[in-house]
Ligand binder design. Sequence first.
Ligand SMILES: NC(=O)c1ccc[n+]([C@@H]2O[C@H](COP(=O)([O-])OP(=O)(O)OC[C@H]3O[C@@H](n4cnc5c(N)ncnc54)[C@H](OP(=O)(O)O)[C@@H]3O)[C@@H](O)[C@H]2O)c1
Length: 352
Amino acid sequence: MRAARFDRYGPAEVIRIEERAVPEVGDSDVLVRVDASAVGVTDAVSRSGTPWFARLFFGLRRPKYPLLGTEFAGTVERVGPGVTRFAPGDRVFGAAEVGAGATAEYVVVGEHAAVAHAPDGLDAAHAVATVDGFLTALPFLRDAGEVRPRQSVLVNGASGTVGSAAVQLAKHLGASVTAVTSGPNAELVRSLGADRVIDYTRQDFTTERDAYDVIFDAVGKRSFGACRRALTAHGIYLTTVPTGAIMLQTPWTRLFRGGRRAAIAFTGLRDSRTKGVELEQLAALVESGAFVPVVDRILPLDELVAAHRRVEGGHKVGSVVIAITDAAGPADASAADAATADDSREANGAPA
Ligand SMILES: NC(=O)c1ccc[n+]([C@@H]2O[C@H](COP(=O)([O-])OP(=O)(O)OC[C@H]3O[C@@H](n4cnc5c(N)ncnc54)[C@H](OP(=O)(O)O)[C@@H]3O)[C@@H](O)[C@H]2O)c1
């Protein structure tokens, strides 16, 4: 089978596509023929080895996990003798363990890992685009932010993979949502449910006062210090990006519960069985129309280097998807695609 790998940290060009054996299937494993995979910021970080502290996890001197890709959508090819949850032919989506190598023609996952039946009515390319954003935004908003109906939630970086999922989830949790992005993405985030949009190139939301119960900085661009006064008296600031400051502020502000707080979470490290259950919830949300995929572009496996470059640019709109097979789906199939910025419309084959 074809699989993406890299053997040393470096720019996107260190990636190569190699032929390797189809992985073995254990007693409780599911072998998935992958139709589509996604490239996210974590893939780019694991490949480049930057920022440096990422190497504490991905390998200090050289990569511990040379196979690329975690999210996948495809069809069950074979199951181990102990598997009851899936059968050959089932359409599935999920997130493999780091290092399993989901940007490949086949991937193996445990039956009770982060895998679920894919939502009806969505092709693999659009199904895979929902996984990372949902599995990241959900624990931030539901668990760390404890978002409740009628609360005021601001999402910074609302047009990215995590941010676009957060806007939809915060709405689903009953909050009033302010989305921060740049002008060209305003219509997209409004279509995802944002009640109010702030163009960060024109207006600085941190100058507001006592405005938000939750500020979720999905792209880690603004510090707790900058956002503190825009929070309500008991508000919480959440960020996806680790810094020295947030690692101290998280325990420190928890000690003084009652005031404004700050928190970071590491959602990828959660129990994969829990993620599997959450993926079932995601499939139901997608089928009900409450959650839509946002696809930046769909590229073939041979253009994986270009996909990594796009991700590193920091301006993708939703998820960058790799079509492994022709069954991944048409390049511009969702309503959300149509509302994304000009360059992604162009990449999806529509006029800019
Ligand atoms: N802690 C965890 O467990 C965890 C888990 C998953 C991901 N992450 C992290 O979460 C972060 C976000 O990931 P992602 O995939 O959502 O990122 P992404 O898709 O690359 O984010 C891109 C979006 O960010 C917007 N953006 C760029 N600069 C901005 C700014 N200054 N202010 C507001 N918006 C801005 C861009 O909009 P414009 O083009 O309009 O600027 C673009 O649409 C990454 O750093 C990733 O490593 C953390």
